[in-house]
Design a protein around this ligand. Sequence first.
Ligand code: GLN
Length: 533
Amino acid sequence: MKYIFVTGGVVSSLGKGLAAASLGTLLEMRGLRVVLQKLDPYLNVDPGTMNPFQHGEVYVLADGAETDLDLGHYERFTNCVLTRHNNLTSGQVYETVLAKERRGDYLGKTVQVIPHVTDEIKNRIREVGAHSQADIVITEIGGTTGDIEGLPFLEAIRQFALEVGTGNAIIMHVTLVPFIKAAGELKTKPSQQSIAKLREIGLQPQVLICRTEMPLDREVREKLSMFCNVPLDAVIEAADVEHTIYESPLNLHDEGLDSIVCRLLNLQTREPDLADWKRFVQRVVSPKKRVRIAVVGKYIELQDAYKSIYESLTHAGASHDCGIDMVLVDAEDIEQEGADKYLRGVAGVLVPGGFGDRGVEGKIKAARYSRESRTPFLGLCLGMQVATIEFARNVCGFENANSAEFDPETKHPVICLLEEQKDVTEKGASMRLGTWQTKIAEGSLARQVYGKGEASERHRHRYEFNMGYRAEMEKNGFVISGTSPDGTLVELIELKNHPWFLACQFHPEFQSKPNQPHPLFKGFISAALAHED
Ligand code: GLN
């Protein structure tokens, strides 16, 4: 088993996750099997309790783990199968260590960061490798070198690399090489200092990924190589991608990253086969047509809040040789000024998931606009719930119908708390999470879109469609086209008198890949194109 550790220096948001995932792509294309893992130094047990301002999207795995959005990159860029073991936080490490201490596992000893905390971290790195069929484990360490809370993780890596021996583990450091306009120069000092910081604790990276706005010339590369103590050809330029993040593996390959990594780890492989990936990138970069899709959310100013949704739209667009012009609409703007102003002229409306009542009335208006103007609509999780509320209010005449989440006193709780949630008091990891089966009704739009009678989809919710309203809603043209296998929970809804109006209680965006777009997104874009015609 070989190990690659990915650290980051100078500033955050350098795209460590993307670099790690891109390396995974390239190694897979060489015929190797990889598994990726993220270590997050914060004390939350998982990111499930953080809001998108803090953390961006919470990415849900098949087993129901609520994880960092970098795991989304890992799943989209590689074929590795991820579980809750693939995202370790300090919170989990301490939880385990403290439980062991109470059980008496360390009886007689003082429990310390070294060795007890670091042992726990090393166990989890080893475990991920052992549970996979992989040849290589790529472990990304969250945060930036110099962070106090990251130290136990870096120390664990130092020990780990020593234990597995030279040639079996390398460190790839992602750093920033800023361009200083006034001097007209790229500066290497921040990278030198962040490497010095690593050396202080006994770590020497073998590969340097240099994020830069300008090409690195020979002189800058030599300087980085010399001061950072890495071979010249392991100084890798990672310029900002021109059009799409999917260019990243191709750019890194052109810089020789995968061959250097294979050399350092003594791996003999074939050259990578980049053809499919290149074709995909080509379709994203220069598509034959374009379509305008509105995303109506409350975190649209944050790039990371709806990451998987944006990626899924891109994948689906590419499969139609179609670029997506995303029109990001703040639900609160629609709430105040009406849907028409913001949605007129778009070819499709997507309402993503969410929690809390801010912006909900705007999302309801967006659903109404789509229904009445016959614009294709895709609702995801909360998006399905608002479509239900809208239909109940404006078609069925249930005055002030609402979700019990937003109005616990509503006379018409068309969306209500899941039965299994009624006794839940703790907030962490307590929603209906992960993969559940959906049975898809014959003759429905959903059936046509999926081309099959069942689907496995990932969930993250506490509320559900209230079956008490089923008969009345169906009488008015509301269609329940997907349910749990026992028929008790609604998973998919659509509208009878509408060309394409589909919404789901689950999150299809967690299962879309570049060359395997999710059927719901693919169908949605196809309907949007037809709508435009
Ligand atoms: N807040 C809603 C619920 O808990 C929707 C959740 C979501 O969109 N992920 O059911």
